[in-house]
Ligand binder design. Sequence first.
Ligand code: SF4
Ligand code: F3S
Length: 113
Amino acid sequence: MTYVVTDNCIACKYTDCVDVCPVDCFYEGENMLVIHPDECIDCGVCEPECPADAIRPDTEPDMEKWVTFNQKFAELWPVILSSKEPMDNAEKLDGTSDKLRTHFSEKPAEEAA
Ligand code: SF4
Ligand code: F3S
């Protein structure tokens, strides 16, 4: 099994999850993180750290599409090793429905200077 990041991370990107992951398997897009399913060791410590409640085990119903999604973008985006400021509108957009359609960016995060 693996844990995955789901849609409420989009446009929030709080990044609290990154600091607790023992294997550094979070990858960063412009406005979302994903978990690499092949690297996650299923420890579960990131799940309660997410203020947006966006991290789920793939044992929950209907998670197949999120495993595929996390795998795809983990292979395209750079790894993120430490937390950073959330996105500007994180609190306002926390809980917005249908974020995958309305807010998701496929772009990778900009590399730190
Ligand atoms: Fe990292 Fe553990 Fe979360 Fe997997 S479950 S992403 S290994 S903190
Ligand atoms: Fe996203 Fe939650 Fe981590 S909002 S960046 S999964 S702490």
